[in-house]
Design a protein around this ligand. Sequence first.
Ligand code: UTP
Length: 298
Amino acid sequence: MSAVHTAVIPAAGLGTRFLPATKAMPKEMLPVVDKPAIQFVVEEAVAAGMDDVLFITSRGKRALEDHFDRNTDLEVALAEKNDSDRLALTQESTDLARVHYVRQGQALGLGHAVLMAENHVGDRPFAVLLGDDLIDARDPILPKMIEVREKHGGSVICLMRVPREDISLYGCAAVEETTDDDVLRVVDLIEKPPVEQAPSDLAIIGRYVLDPAVFDVLHRTQPGRGGEIQLTDALLELASMPAEQGGGVHGVVFDGRRYDTGDKLSYLKAVIRLATEREDIGPDLRTWIAEQDYGRAP
Ligand code: UTP
């Protein structure tokens, strides 16, 4: 059984990069082939041993709540047709975990969204998973992060090496080595630094295991970059706090398959990549892609 039971999934952002699709539909519900992106994220948390999911939502996220609830009309209709395969697909998301919701009244930033989880989480460590990052189920990273938390205490972030010129799209970490080969001690964090000011090529990606001490820190974290309360700023303060106060931040480096679904181009790449790997539609899709004549004038 995992030492971390609660997965907090912030989904209260405005999704402006996907307008107009996200005007009335949550971006987390955008399908990756035939499954909403957010379901992959919940499945990842459950696979890592978490049985309690808290979504941070906002106005307009009803479709997300419905997706993890039962749809009895659909279930009855499919049962009457003896369509057990589709019935199972319908029920899959309902049976995954105990799901709870709390609202973030205003999108004041990721740090503020995480703070909304305080009452639910209490004084236990918890995980945060961002729906924009899909981690391939074949390359799980959360179990390793939980193991590092068990060994070192404090909080654990997930880092990925990116091409230097891309670092300004991410939070960036300055690190020191530890006696564990694959664990780094975080000494500085900068949200979306200009390339020339980035201390490393290590980008923060959307998986965290946090000590509950983060809540006290978030209460006093002032709006930072973009006028938002940044989780990165709170993590930086945690990094310099003593271990007995819940401080200390370690990083693990992820080198598996990850798909970014946060902007249009990355999202399309993720969908195409995962669709071409599917047994049912992959072969036909690959043939079709190979046949396309991209050099032809539109
Ligand atoms: P993003 O900045 O990628 O999401 O936040 P966004 O604001 O929805 O997207 P754009 O930039 O306008 O297109 C990362 C994650 O944090 C959540 C988002 O839902 C997303 O999962 N988030 C962000 C919140 O829950 N609340 C916030 O105030 C900000």
